[in-house]
Every structure is written in structure tokens, then in C-alpha cells.
Design a protein around this ligand. Structure first.
Ligand code: C2E
Ligand code: CA
Ligand code: CA
Length: 420
């Protein structure tokens, strides 16, 4: 958070601005210059851009592409780039309506290319700065060569040694700011102190029959942590991610119930998160397991809501207690009309179905205020806190408590109010 207060450190050699309007192009170039981009190339149309890309002495790290151009338009240019396997991160810019810009954004992602931002013109400095910082962060987050090499045997060994651990991200009441629960997110700590994120080993665990063991390992540690906090008078719920593969497991419900007993937890303290698409894809098997989990009193959350294509009719058949709205509809909703409409209608619908609503990926105070206005129950995101080890949570909580008022009143801009 507080990006606007941080000094810009763009890890950027060069940028290419593609726009047919000389005025608009000069405007974008000016902004890039203000942001300290060293080399700025300009192309007046798509064909010229494609020609330049094979000749430029310093290859651009980022392309800013206008959508409406005579001849080859921006969409066609992007398709051409994908065809030629030119995977340079893009900033899409257009003066057209935001729904059109977002659909292009989705198209670019579907082509396997990275979109740093899809922006409405005229561009402004903070928007462009945020997009270019995203480039810096994505570079920093790229796995080092050393980390990239691990196989299923290492994962198996790590699991046998109890080496996959949960980090905890707070879920807080949007109205009051008070913490209500945490989501357990799997991490694989390495000997050198680095951490492999779940996106890199969960799919592997799923493919090699290790996901059951991994889930139980996370659940076991998370329930132990919740029980310890209970003893200290901190009663929180924990959300645990459930792979669709577990929805086919006959033992799972029994094992989940044993966990509660072992740690003397109430079933209402554990919420299983299942993605929208996985439930609908396995509806037959899933319904049995989910119904049994509900009968035992567990909470059930539909994760990543909005990213699948399920109808409400389909979802209404599932006995879930919580709707977790995907961060792509939350992040930036305050400034993008169509996101706001989707967010509000999802929240309205969930409220009418008496579901707990959770917004994930809240990064700005503006989005937080919007969630307050829209009556969302819980919020989760970097604005509040990043996932952290269990023993750091009490320390974070003490700081957080001092900032509750600022959060309630939507005054978290001041750096001294920073929570995470
Ligand atoms: P998810 O369930 O959608 O979890 C939320 C992800 O968003 C987490 O990434 C979290 O760190 C990140 N996040 C939270 N707040 C923000 C924010 O404000 N901005 C942004 N940009 N991101 C935010 P993480 O921890 O890397 O986990 C990625 C995914 O891995 C999870 O997505 C979940 O699908 C999967 N995963 C994690 N742990 C487990 C697990 O134990 N079992 C299974 N089956 N899947 C897991
Ligand atoms: Ca989740
Ligand atoms: Ca999610």
C-alpha cells in the first residue's frame, strides 16, 4: 500500500509507445520522461511498431499500446505480438469505454501476455507510475534460477518432514476493522530463507497425488494455531483452501471432523474455501461432500467468485455460507465503473441470500470505502495485512488495533497509519 508515497524505482531500460495521435503520444512520452524512463521509442502505428521491435538496439521492457489506430489497430497488433511470441508486458490505453478496454485486457491475458494496466486516456502520472511499478514488482517476483528447480521428490520429502507451513492473512470486519478470521495460505520455506509460493507447488501436489496430504498438513497446523489463539482469548475462524481433488475423497469429511475434535474447536471456526469453477465442474461428487461438511457445522466459502461462468442457479444448489469475491472485481473497483457494478450486484445478491461476503485483494483505501458503502461483511488484502507467520499475528494485531479508527473513517493515507 501507500505506493504513491514511495520513491519510484523503475527497473526499466526502455519503453515503446504506440499511438497514431501525435498529441497523445507526446503526452505519454512526457509522462514516461517525468517518471525517469531512460529510452523512449515511438511508433505511429502497429506495422511500424512490429518493424521497430526487431531492430531496436535496446529492446523495450514495456509497450504502451493505443487501441484505436487506423490500419492495424491495437487489438490486431497485440495478436500479432502473441503470434510472434513477443512477450513484452503491455499497457493498454484507449479513450473508449471501460468495458471495451477490460475486454481487451482479458483477451491479452488469454493470449498468455502480461497486462500491467488497461487505462482510459488521457493517461495520468499516478496511473502510469503504478503500472510501471507493477513491472518492477513482477520482475522482482520472478523466480531465481536456483528456486526454479525442484521436483516432486523434493515436495514429497518436504511433506514428510512437515515442511509446508501455513501463513495467515487476516479477514477483518469492513465496518469496524476488527479481525474475525484468517485465511491459511501454504508456503514452502527453503533452507536459504526464501519461500516458494503455493502457485508453484500446489499444481504439482495435485498432479502427483500429494494434495490430500498437503491439505491435511496445512489444516492440522492451522487448527493447532487457532486452538492456541483460543486459549489466549483470541477467537478467530480459519479459512482453508480445498483443492477440487479433495471433493472426490471419501475420507475427507471424517478426517476434517477428527481435526476439530483433536483441537477442541467449534466447527464454525473452520471455513473450507472451494473455487467456483471446481464445484461446478464436479457438481455430483462435490454436493455430497459439501452437504456433509455443512451437516457437521463447517463454513463453506465459494472462492474466486466471478471468475467462473456458473449461474446463480447452479451455485444456489450448493450449501455454502460465504461468497468470496475475486480480487479482479475488488482491486480498482473505486475507479472503474464496470467493476463497481459487478461488485455491487454480487454483494447485493449474496446479502439477499444471507451469505457472509468477503472481498479479497483490497489494496487501497478507496476500494475499502466502497466496500463499506456496499455493505460487504469482511475484507482481506494488502491494505490490511499480507499473509504472515502465525507467531507474528499478535504483534500485527496490536498495531492494527491502534489504527482501527483511521480504517473505519477511511483515513489510512497518512504513512504513519500504515498497518502492514
Ligand atoms: P487464493 O485462495 O485466491 O488466495 C489469495 C491469494 O491472494 C494469496 O496468494 C494471497 O497472498 C493473495 N493476496 C491477498 N491479498 C492480496 C492483495 O491485496 N493483492 C494481491 N495482489 N494479492 C493478494 P498466495 O498465498 O500466493 O496463494 C495463491 C493461491 O494458491 C491461493 O489463491 C490458493 O488458490 C492457492 N493455495 C494457497 N494455499 C493453498 C492450500 O493450502 N491448498 C490449496 N489447495 N491451495 C492453496
Ligand atoms: Ca482462497
Ligand atoms: Ca481468490
Amino acid at each position: 500500500m501507500q505506493l504513491e508515497n514511495q520513491p519510484l524505482s523503475l527497473q526499466l531500460d526502455a519503453i515503446l509507445v504506440v499511438d497514431d495521435s501525435t498529441v497523445q503520444r507526446a503526452h505519454t512520452v512526457g509522462l514516461c520522461r517525468e517518471l525517469g524512463v531512460g529510452v523512449i521509442y515511438e511508433a505511429g502505428n502497429g506495422v511500424e511498431a512490429l518493424e521497430m521491435l526487431v531492430q531496436l538496439p535496446i529492446p523495450p521492457n514495456v509497450l504502451v499500446i493505443d487501441l484505436e489506430m487506423p490500419g492495424m489497430d491495437g487489438v490486431e497488433l497485440i495478436q500479432q505480438l502473441a503470434q510472434r511470441s513477443v512477450h513484452v508486458p503491455l499497457i493498454v490505453a484507449s479513450s473508449r469505454e471501460s468495458a471495451l478496454i477490460s475486454s481487451v485486457e482479458t483477451m491479452v491475458q488469454a493470449l498468455g501476455m502480461q497486462v500491467l494496466a488497461a487505462l482510459q486516456k488521457p493517461l495520468n502520472l499516478p496511473q502510469l507510475a503504478a503500472a510501471l511499478q507493477r513491472y518492477g514488482r513482477s520482475q522482482a517476483a520472478r523466480p531465481s534460477r536456483k528456486e526454479a528447480t525442484f521436483g516432486v521428490e523434493e515436495l514429497r520429502t518436504a511433506l514428510e518432514a512437515n515442511g509446508i507451513v501455513p501463513y495467515y492473512q487476516p479477514k477483518v470486519d469492513v465496518r469496524t476493522g476488527v479481525i474475525k478470521g484468517v485465511e491459511a495460505l501454504a508456503r514452502w520455506p527453503q533452507a536459504d530463507g526464501s519461500m516458494i509460493p503455493p502457485d508453484r507447488f500446489i499444481p504439482m501436489a495435485e498432479q502427483h497425488g500429494l494434495i490430500h496430504a498437503l491439505t491435511m498438513q496445512i489444516a492440522e497446523q492451522a487448527c493447532g494455531q487457532i486452538a492456541r489463539w483460543n486459549k489466549h482469548g483470541l477467537r478467530l475462524s480459519v479459512a482453508i483452501n480445498l483443492s477440487p481433488i479433495l471433493l472426490d475423497s471419501t475420507n475427507f469429511v471424517g478426517e476434517a471432523a477428527e481435526l476439530l475434535e483433536h483441537h477442541a474447536l467449534g466447527a464454525d471456526q473452520v471455513v473450507w474455501e472451494i473455487t467456483e469453477s471446481s464445484v461446478v465442474a464436479n457438481l455430483g461428487a462435490a454436493l455430497g461432500i459439501l452437504a456433509r461438511l455443512r451437516l457437521k457445522g463447517f463454513g463453506l466459502s465459494i472462492d474466486d467468485y466471478g471468475t467462473g461462468f456458473s449461474s446463480m442457479q447452479q451455485l444456489a444448489r450448493i450449501p455454502f455460507t460465504e461468497l468470496k469475491i475475486d480480487r479482479s472485481f475488488v482491486n480498482g473497483a473505486a475507479e472503474r465503473h464496470h467493476l463497481r457494478v459487478i461488485l455491487q450486484s454480487a454483494l447485493d445478491m449474496a446479502n439477499r441470500l444471507s451469505l457472509i461476503t468477503v472481498a479479497e485483494g483490497v489494496e487501497t483505501v478507496e476500494d475499502w470505502k466502497l466496500l463499506q458503502d456496499f455493505g460487504c461483511t469482511l475484507g482481506q488484502g494488502y491494505l490490511i495485512a499480507k499473509p504472515m507467520p502465525g507467531d507474528e499475528l499478535p504483534i500485527w494485531l496490536r498495531k492494527h488495533t491502534q489504527h482501527l479508527r483511521a480504517l473505519r473513517e477511511g483515513r489510512l493515507h497518512d504513512k504513519s497509519d500504515g498497518l502492514s
